[in-house]
Unconditional design. Structure first.
Length: 132
């Protein structure tokens, strides 16, 4: 993969950063910002153009989310599974799925604590519904 921006991409780095900030202020997530830039503005990758990733650009402007997107998506999934498990106590397949999702949350949170993205005292509270 080339580290240079493609010759057909006509945007300047300042314009790309302005697009990123505008989309972030509209409430889009990091991944959806990248998808919108790719699909609507024909910007294949941000880093070769600006020298910074989308998250680095947002951190420079203090607009970065407090929790990484992949971890927050897993937590949302666990919450929706917990609601489902409260209603359907005998659903053993989703009980197993809940255990897998929570294991991924714990593993990812260990990584982010080690890298300094999350504070060392951050803890995920499990929401396992008891199945009897």
């Amino acid at each position: 993969m080339s580290r240079r921006p493609p010759s057909w991409c006509k945007y300047q780095p300042e314009e790309v950063e302005a697009f990123i900030l505008k989309l972030s202020k509209e409430g889009h997530s990091l991944s959806s910002i990248g998808t919108i830039l790719r699909d609507q503005y024909a910007i294949p990758l941000v880093k070769p153009l600006t020298g910074k990733s989308i998250s680095e650009t947002l951190k420079a402007e203090n607009l970065a989310p407090s929790m990484p997107e992949d971890l927050s998506n897993l937590i949302k999934k666990a919450q929706s599974l917990a609601v489902h498990m409260e209603k359907n106590k005998k659903d053993l397949h989703n009980k197993r799925n809940m255990q897998i999702v929570e294991a991924r949350i714990h593993k990812l949170s260990r990584y982010y604590k080690r890298e300094g993205v999350l504070p060392k005292n951050w803890k995920y509270e499990a929401k396992i519904a008891s199945v009897t």
